[in-house]
Design a protein around this ligand. Structure first.
Ligand SMILES: [Zn+2]
Length: 481
């Protein structure tokens, strides 16, 4: 394709301006240009291959339909464009500037299909991981928006297979994976749309159930904020563009459950639902909400975080020597609440199990072991076949090659650790490999080869007698070098 304009005319039947990767338009025109045997529909493209469902799930039915129309037929002189309708303009949560991809998905595609493609769920705002491989997503060099139309393939020009080093804590990783899970439910679910007033009433009901709002639906904002900040690490809120200044009366959380008409980013809806511990479909399938109306049901009137803490401390005191799961059994409701909303405090005061047994549940080490083992053997190949000065195969050079964090040395990765021991290169083997490499290099560059020069070229100390002996042996036995 020499001319982009000609390509657009081929794809759409006429020249159209498409400026957003998230909300492509004129899809009806595109469909009509496909071969007559094609069974692809506009609906399929919009609902399965764009971020439409993700961004409209919390909008009204009317707005959702309007956006759908605009994607299918084009804007046709509408006053607002799609991104304005969604509220991107005024939103504090900005969308990613570059298209993202997973290096392992990309590698799999290349290995099995010979080409790759941009996956829609990797473009979700706030998604840091691939939900399939649990590795960090990478930013490509391709802008997600822009005035000029470009057609850029997911290929080696803009992507590569190298993994990013993951320095995030397990807590953050798990929080984000759950967020991604929920976001993907939105993306694939096409739930019935609800009015914003319904959604806010739903939130108030859930808060009331937790003693975080009065019977009338007045919010105990100070408590909500405290629990929210306990639930999400500060670093994570920053990553999600949702940091909170607890002192500011107009921080986003305080405004979030207020009945104003402003659109909220789906990212913040998801953060809030995750905090509430509510399943996504629960919000959309639920029929009745009370919200701020007066209700006759009696709830615990004086909700008090201090009280719950006291009760928990009392429980620990009454059960000396009990481990966490025994305490959990004894203080069932209390435990659930404190564990979920006051975790840092819980972790501080509650006795730990002998060998951190409790935490084992959060990571599937066996599965990770299996994945690691496969990656390690690939890494060994990469190290051995690497061009340039040889690197010794050791657990740390393997770890560097894979870009893994310190968890890589965890003894729970039983098979991986065993394999690492087996595969660790013997120091003399490594010396031999380095010497052979140096000799080949020197010969190919036309250098004069002497044992001393080889020794220096390979990076050894010139006075190392052991190495000198090895060099002489190699020179003596290997005529084919
Ligand atoms: Zn992946």
């Amino acid at each position: 394709m020499v001319s982009k304009r000609a390509l657009i005319e081929d794809l759409f039947g006429r020249y159209v301006v498409v400026s957003s990767s998230y909300f492509p338009q004129y899809i009806d025109l595109f469909i009509s240009c496909l071969p007559p045997t094609s069974k692809v529909t506009s609906k399929e493209i919009i609902e399965e291959h764009t971020l439409f469902n993700f961004y409209t799930s919390f909008l009204s039915k009317e707005k959702t339909n309007l956006i759908y129309e605009m994607m299918g037929k084009g804007s046709n002189g509408a006053k607002l464009n799609i991104e304005q309708l969604i509220g991107f303009g005024g939103s504090k949560v900005r969308k990613p500037s570059y298209l993202k991809y997973c290096p392992l998905c990309y590698k799999e595609d290349m290995d099995t299909l010979g080409e790759s493609y941009w996956r829609i769920h990797h473009q979700i705002i706030g998604a840091y991981y691939c939900s399939k491989h649990h590795v960090l997503l990478k930013e490509s060099t391709v802008l997600s928006t822009g005035s000029g139309t470009e057609f850029i393939c997911t290929d080696e020009q803009v992507c590569n297979e190298k993994l990013l080093e993951d320095n995030y804590s397990d807590t953050i990783k798990l929080l984000n994976l759950r967020y991604i899970h929920n976001a993907e439910l939105l993306l694939n679910g096409n739930f019935p749309r609800k009015k914003l007033t319904y959604i806010i009433d739903f939130y108030i009901d859930r808060l009331r159930e937790r003693g975080l709002a009065s019977t009338n639906g007045n919010l105990y904002m100070k408590d909500i904020q405290e629990l929210f900040l306990n639930f999400y690490p500060k670093q994570y809120l920053k990553m999600m563009q949702s940091d909170i200044d607890p002192e500011s009366p107009s921080n986003w959380l305080r405004l979030f459950v207020r009945n104003n008409k402003k659109n909220r980013s789906p990212l913040r809806h998801l953060l809030f639902l995750q905090f509430l511990g509510v399943k996504i479909d629960n919000l959309f399938q639920n029929k009745k909400v009370l919200g701020k109306k007066v209700v006759s049901v009696q709830y615990n009137p004086s909700f008090d975080i201090q009280k719950r803490r006291e009760q928990w401390l009392q429980l620990i005191k009454e059960n000396p020597g009990a481990n966490r799961s025994q305490l959990k059994e004894k203080g069932k409701g209390l435990h659930t609440w404190i564990y979920r909303y006051d975790w840092d405090w819980y972790d501080k005061v509650t006795p730990k199990a002998a060998l951190g047994k409790e935490k084992a549940g959060t990571i599937d080490w066996e599965k990770r072991d299996e994945e690691c083992l496969r990656l390690v053997s690939e890494a060994v190949e990469i190290i051995l076949q690497r061009e340039g000065k040889p690197i010794r195969v050791t657990p740390s050079s393997i770890r560097n090659t894979l870009g893994f964090g310190s968890w890589f040395h965890n003894e729970k990765l039983v098979r991986t650790q065993r394999y690492l021991k087996e595969v660790k290169e013997d120091i003399d083997d490594f010396r031999v490999r380095k010497i052979k490499w140096a000799i080949n290099e020197m010969l190919s560059k036309g250098h004069i080869v002497s044992p001393y020069k080889i020794q220096l070229y390979a990076g050894f100390d010139g006075s190392n007698k052991k190495v000198r002996k090895l060099i002489l042996e190699i020179l003596g036995t290997n005529n084919h070098i």
